[in-house]
Each structure stands twice: as structure tokens, then as C-alpha cells.
Design a protein around this ligand. Sequence first.
Ligand code: NAD
Length: 276
Amino acid sequence: MSKKVVVLTGAGGVLCSTLAQALAKEGHKIAVLDLNIEAANMVVDSINSYEGEAIGVKANVLKKESLDLAKKEVNRQLGPCDILINGAGGNHPLGTTSNPYLKEEDLKNTAEGFKTFFDLDADGIQFTFNLNFIGTLLPTQVFARDMVGREGCSILNISSMNAFTPLTKIPAYSGAKAAVSNFTQWLAVHFSKVGIRVNALAPGFFLTDQNRALLTDKDGSLTSRGNTIIGQTPMGRFGEPEDLIGTTLWLCSEGASFVTGVVVPVDGGFSAFSGV
Ligand code: NAD
């Protein structure tokens, strides 16, 4: 891949910090964007420690003005954006049910924090839709302007397994990631005449801070949900952030120059397995 300016949102986080480091090792100039500037700067320090080139920029993917300012800083320090990786995303507990299936007795459960479908909070659902979908759309509006009419530019969104088939308990996050996958296809078509490819990764299950409490108990053993996931993953393990590197480098490179509008599962076979 020729040397590019790569902007990653949410790159202070677990998965995209790994992608930022891998892209820096390939010689690209990296803009590490995150709401949490301390986390972004730690990633920058680690990249600069092996003579990579990176800058940390505070940016809120839900605020256009914040992204406009971030773009100015990226352009001033690194030049026009060639590749955008929309990594900021996540779930919210208020858009999550306590149980996978509704049972009649659940309606009488008054335990604090217990949530059925009927207790889901519209604000929690809105938060999740905004963070994943609007948080992909706005950075694209801001940074893709640099890409129009230039060669070798592309966008990589981060979708999820639950976009193909919703996971139990997390309707908001599943719906929001389905929107990200759908938008990836829409945008790939829309941008097809101006030289911008648009694709997405659909990571399977990666043990990160976002889902650790759902998948493991305090002693590190698997919860029943964690066990179910491993049982449904033919390769028999959770993903490691490094598992996303190869597909990312490929989709952002000239090797994928005729690939646009795809959502690639990186999931140890989870989405291919019927369970039988
Ligand atoms: P993470 O929580 O470690 O990182 C997310 C980062 O986004 C954090 O650094 C956070 O500060 C930042 N962020 C949050 N709100 C923001 C905002 N408004 N503006 C800018 N930055 C903001 O999450 P992760 O596990 O690295 O996940 C990265 C992406 O991969 C997310 O889109 C997530 O939904 C997706 N994903 C994760 C998994 C998994 O198993 N971890 C699986 C599938 C998809």
C-alpha cells in the first residue's frame, strides 16, 4: 500500500488502537481521534516510540463542529485524509434487556436494574443509535470531502456480527450496527463515481472492556453467555484485536481496488455456523 494519511475515530479504544499501530508500522501517517484525548495520546506515544508518525486529536463523532476542528488539525499537520476508519461505537446498558427471552414471571420481577423489553429506555436506545450510526455518518461527511476525486481513498466502517443476525439482549446495538452495514452498502454505491471505496469489518467476539462483564465473571471464568458464544464459534476462541489487522490492511490497500460495499466477517466462523 502506498503511504497514506489515515484517520481513525475511537482509536484510543482497544480494537482501533491496534489498527492504528499496525497501519503506522506500514509507514502511514496516523491521526488518532477520540473523545478521550488521554487514551488517544497514549496510542500516539506508543506509535512515536517506534518512529511511526502519529498525532492525537480530540474529537466527538457526534458533533460536526468538533469534527471540523479535528479535520483542520489533521490537514495542517498531516495533509488531506486518504483513509477513514470509523471505529467509535459501542452499546449502552439502558438499551439492553436482562434476559434473552421474555417469560411471564419477568413482568413481576421488581429487582433493581432488572429490565424486560418493556423497560427499555428510549434515551439509551437513541444513544446507541447515535454513537454507532450518526457517529459513522458525521465523520464521513467531514473527512470524505478530502477524498473526492483523488486516487486510492477509502472508508472502513466497523459493523458487527449482530448486524447479520441480532444477538439476544441487545436490540439497540444490533439495530444500530445493521444500520452501519446498510449505510456501508449505500455509501459504496453513492461514492462509486468519485473514487472512494467503502467497506466494513464485522468483528465477531473480542473480549474487551465493552463486553467483559457480559462474557466473564469476576474470577475470569466464562459466563453462560460467554460459553454459548465459544460453543457457537467453530474456531473455539474469542478474537484478538490483532485478528483484524490483515483484513483492514487488505480493504484499505490497492489490493482491494475493485472491492466496495462489502461487510467482511472476522469471527472465527461464528456467522457461518448453524449451531448443528
Ligand atoms: P472501546 O470501547 O475500547 O473503544 C471505543 C472508543 O471510542 C473509546 O476510546 C471511546 O473513548 C471512543 N468514543 C466513545 N464515544 C465517542 C465519541 N462520541 N466520539 C469519539 N470517540 C468516542 O471499543 P472497541 O471494543 O475497541 O470497539 C471498537 C469498535 O468495534 C466499535 O464500533 C464497536 O462497536 C466495534 N465492535 C467491537 C466488538 C468487540 O467485541 N469489542 C465486536 C464487534 C464490533
